[in-house]
Design a protein around this ligand. Structure first.
Ligand code: SF4
Length: 211
């Protein structure tokens, strides 16, 4: 897609979803780290139903490091992959305490050194906690929309992100993180995209190929 068309696409999405924002609930930076970990292969809605009990139990990063693994697994069980997620949450808490003096770091390099935090999660944490848009988090929605619209032909999230970063100016990155998620949840839904009401259909490769 041409850069000029990508900017039109961005503006249309922004107009269509003026309230697009992060949908994971959190009050403290480490709570978002945990919520993002739990959201892997799970809906934000389910994560938000699970975290109140967890955050009541674990009020500090030390509490996350110390919680009994079986109890943690039990609380986060509804989010799936609970054994792996529990292990990562505890280890990540220990790493933040030991390597970063108990303060969630704010750079890509530091964040991705933490257990269970990949580039996508780090992008979300940097954006939502520190207001830094260094990249674009390519989750299942961003991947699908990028491929369908023609923004990227790539299949690997990191390559898709590079295409997006080259196409959109930096001032769009922060909003794009939210807009892809909202468009993917509400309109460009997996397996059943609502192309007839889509605000960017005239720019979408998939839709134009249907005609
Ligand atoms: S036109 Fe259809 S496939 Fe293209 S972005 Fe919109 S909903 Fe998705």
């Amino acid at each position: 897609m041409k850069k000029a068309d990508a900017i039109i696409l961005f503006n249309k999405l922004k107009e269509y979803y003026p309230d697009a924002t992060c949908s994971l609930d959190f009050d403290e930076p480490f709570q978002l780290v945990v919520a993002v970990m739990l959201s892997a292969q799970c809906t934000d809605e389910r994560v938000n139903k699970t975290t109140p009990e967890l955050f009541k139990k674990c009020k500090t990063i030390q509490d996350f490091a110390d919680i009994d693994i079986n109890e943690l697994e039990n609380i986060i069980h509804p989010c799936g992959f609970y054994k792996n997620k529990a292990k990562n949450i505890k280890l990540c808490a220990k790493q933040v305490l030991e390597n970063f003096n108990g303060v969630v770091p704010h750079t890509m390099k530091e964040l991705t050194s933490l257990a269970g935090v990949g580039r996508k999660s780090a992008n979300v944490i940097m954006l939502e906690v520190f207001g830094i848009a260094e990249g674009i988090a390519v989750d299942t929605h961003a991947k699908r929309i990028s491929n369908l619209t023609g923004l990227s032909k790539e299949k690997e999230p990191e390559k898709i992100e590079q295409d997006l970063l080259k196409t959109f100016p930096k001032e769009c990155w922060m909003d794009l993180n939210h807009l892809f998620v909202w468009h993917g949840r509400n309109t460009c839904v997996a397996r059943n995209p609502k192309c007839d009401i889509c605000p960017i259909s005239n720019l979408c490769k998939f839709y134009n190929n249907l005609k």
